[in-house]
Every structure is written in structure tokens, then in C-alpha cells.
Design a protein around this ligand. Structure first.
Ligand code: NAD
Length: 351
């Protein structure tokens, strides 16, 4: 069944960066993170409906460009996203993205949106949603290692969804930590700037790693991780790019989005192909257990999966309804007679 509204001219709503920022302020950043987490959870709970494939990645020495498609049978979506860790040296973002939803019934696009901001929001909402299931009860302190573009979103989502009160920041680049601390000031979190990764982890029940470096990095070594913590590992998300020492993976119970993709891109690329993992959708539907003891180390080996982007686009599509936060994009040819495409072009010739 078509989900396009009847209209003489089929315009595609387009959400620009400017309009995305307006939408964020209109809804409120924490409210939007909560709303996105709800949509993401809803879609994880109907996991079996979705077309699922590891993302299609084009690697280079500098980074990666990826396409992330999925469909729930009624709506199709994809995201274009890059990851170029050295971009920031040239004043460019490490990660930029845009995405699209289309009507499966007729194949027509129904939304085109910027997704650089939306990816930061959806990644943070997913982290916090997963921490809600896996972090120790009453967790109030998070270590935030890597204070780049994603870090404030990660911190605020943990506040809004998990109830984190203290964020302990660390980055090898002090300027990044200063930037994050300044951005988070006055937003209801107690923010502490730390001089080392170890210091940032003092008293933290949740440890988020969100660094960018195309190498097998060891942001966390085995001796740094005590019993009972939840690790939210965001930055290791493509082949040859990891953040955790393999010994931590041996001690942790590992939770993943879509195993065929995570085994290629996540921390577990360092482990045997059959290293045990639990799928998040199973935890969310109650088919598998999440945290089972106080001493357990839980690890969300996050790489970002297409359904999360689909959920985020679905959220945006719903929330721009009745607002001015989009432009009508003329990107669908619509000749009066569908077979007269050439005639339409011919009639448009300059007189
Ligand atoms: P960014 O470049 O803006 O920030 C990365 C920060 O990490 C920088 O401030 C850098 O100084 C710091 N850093 C590098 N090495 C470090 C180390 N050893 N210790 C401490 N800090 C260190 O990048 P970003 O947009 O914040 O993204 C961070 C990472 O998250 C990237 O690798 C990106 O690919 C990944 N990411 C994952 C998902 C997901 O869904 N899992 C989504 C978005 C981004």
C-alpha cells in the first residue's frame, strides 16, 4: 500500500542541517534522545521483520564510506555515512551522513534528511537504551573517553535515559575535553575533566570509549577494568579499528546489534569467529538475559546498525509533520503521462 499522500506533484520532504537543528531545539535535545530511543527500541522488538545485511563498505587508507540499507516491508531506508579519523586535522568532521526513506509499495522516496547530527543523536540514544538494560542498577557516573563530536550527545543520552549524574571526561587532546566540558556546562551534569583514562574511570559504573583512530588501539587495557562495570564501546566500528584489549573481551559478556556486521567491524573482530555474543533484540524482547549479576562485566560492542538509522528517520518523518522544519524537494520526475518522460523534457526546452 502506498504511503504517499495524493498530490499532483510528488515533492520529497528534505530536512537540512539547519532544519535538523531547529527540530532538535523545538523538541528539546534530551526529549529527542528519549523519543529516538523509544523508536529504536520499538524496531529492535520487531527485529524479525527487517531485511538485514552488513553494511556495504568502501575502505581506503584514510577511512571508509558506507551504505546502510534496511526495510520493514512497508518502508525502505538507507544511510550514506563516512568515517575519516584524520578529517578533523583539516577542519572536517570524522563522520558525516545523510539518509532516505522510501515507500516499498511504489519505490518513491518519502524523506531525505541530513544525518550527521541525527547519527550522533541516534548513536547516543542507542548507547543509553542498551545501558538501560545492561548497566548496573543505580549507575550514576560515566567515564567518557574520547571527547569529540559524539561525546556530548553520549553524555546527555546517559543522563536523560539512564539517570547518569556525573560525567568524567578524558581525551588525549585537552582542547577536546575543554570543548566538551564547556558544551555540557549548565545542562544538569556534574562534569569533571580528567588527565588520564584511568582517572576518568574512578567511581564510574559506565565506561564509554568513543575515540577515532584507524588502528587496533588499546584505549582500555585489561587491568583498568574492574568487576561489575558496563562498557559502551562506540569507536571501534570498522575492520582494523578497535579500542579494547582482547583480554577484556574474554572477561566480558558481549552484546551486539547484528552479529554478521559486528564480527567484521566491532571489537569482536579480534576474537574467534564463534566467540559467544548476545543479540540486543533478544534482550529487549526478553528472549535472552541481559545483566545477570553485580560482578558481571557487560560490553556493548557498538558499530551502528541500519535499523537504528531507519528508526531515527522514522522519528524525524513523524516529528516534522505539521512543522516548517523541511523543504519540499523537487527530485521526482512526474510527467502527466508516466510514459511521456521525454515529452516532459522536450516541453521544458527554453522558448
Ligand atoms: P571525533 O574525531 O570528533 O572525536 C574522536 C576523539 O577521540 C578526538 O577528540 C580524539 O582526540 C580522541 N582520541 C583519539 N585517540 C584517543 C585516545 N587514545 N584516548 C583518548 N581520546 C582519543 O570523532 P567522533 O565523531 O566523536 O566519533 C568517534 C568514533 O565513534 C569514530 O571512530 C566513529 O567512527 C565512531 N562512531 C561510531 C558510531 C556507532 O554507531 N558505533 C556512530 C558514530 C561514530
Amino acid at each position: 500500500m502506498s504511503i504517499l499522500p495524493p498530490s499532483d506533484k510528488a515533492y520529497v520532504p528534505f530536512v537540512s542541517v539547519d532544519n535538523m537543528m531547529k527540530l532538535v531545539h523545538h523538541i528539546g535535545v534530551e526529549q529527542m534522545l528519549i523519543g529516538l530511543a523509544d523508536y529504536i527500541e520499538e524496531d529492535f522488538k520487531r527485529w524479525e521483520l527487517f531485511d538485514k545485511t552488513p553494511r556495504v563498505a568502501s575502505h581506503s587508507a584514510e577511512g571508509v564510506i558506507e551504505l546502510m540499507p534496511t526495510s520493514d516491508g512497508e518502508v525502505y531506508g538507507f544511510k550514506y555515512v563516512n568515517g575519516h579519523p584524520s578529517n578533523t586535522k583539516q577542519g572536517l568532521q570524522t563522520v558525516t551522513a545523510f539518509g532516505l526513506l522510501a515507500d516499498v509499495g511504489n519505490g518513491y522516496p518519502v524523506l531525505l534528511s541530513e544525518m550527521t547530527i541525527l547519527t550522533a543523536l541516534r548513536t547516543a540514544a542507542t548507547s543509553a537504551l542498551v545501558a538501560k538494560y545492561l548497566a548496573p542498577k543505580g549507575a550514576d557516573t560515566m567515564a567518557m573517553i574520547g571527547n569529540g563530536a559524539q561525546s556530548e550527545f553520549q553524555s546527555l543520552a546517559m543522563k536523560a535515559i539512564v539517570g547518569i549524574k556525573n560525567v568524567r571526561l578524558y581525551d588525549i587532546d585537552k582542547a577536546a575535553t575543554k570543548k566538551a566540558a564547556k558544551n555540557l556546562a549548565g545542562l544538569g551534569l556534574n562534569v569533571v575533566e580528567c588527565d588520564s583514562a584511568e582517572a576518568s574511570m574512578e567511581g564510574a559504573q559506565i565506561i564509554t570509549t568513543c575515540t577515532a583512530d584507524k588502528q587496533y588501539a588499546t584505549i582500555l587495557t585489561d587491568n583498568m577494568i574492574g568487576a561489575g562495570v558496563h562498557i559502551n564501546a562506540i569507536g571501534g566500528d570498522c575492520p582494523g579499528k578497535t579500542e579494547l584489549a582482547p583480554a577484556i573481551l574474554d572477561r566480558a559478556d558481549i552484546f551486539v546489534e547484528f552479529p554478521p556486521q559486528t564480527r567484521i567491524e566491532g571489537e569482536i573482530q579480534q576474537m574467534a569467529e564463534d566467540h559467544p555474543v548476545t543479540e540486543l533484540w533478544q534482550v529487549m524482547t526478553g528472549a535472552a538475559k541481559g545483566r545477570t549479576s553485580d560482578a558481571q562485566i557487560t560490553l556493548f560492542d557498538s558499530v551502528g546498525f541500519a535499523t537504528e538509522d531507519f528508526s531515527a528517520l522514522r522519528y524525524v518523518r513523524k516529528h516534522i509533520e505539521g512543522t516548517e522544519f523541511f523543504l519540499d524537494l523537487d527530485m521526482l520526475a512526474d510527467p502527466d503521462d508516466p510514459r511521456d518522460l521525454f515529452g516532459m523534457v522536450r516541453r521544458a526546452a527554453p522558448k
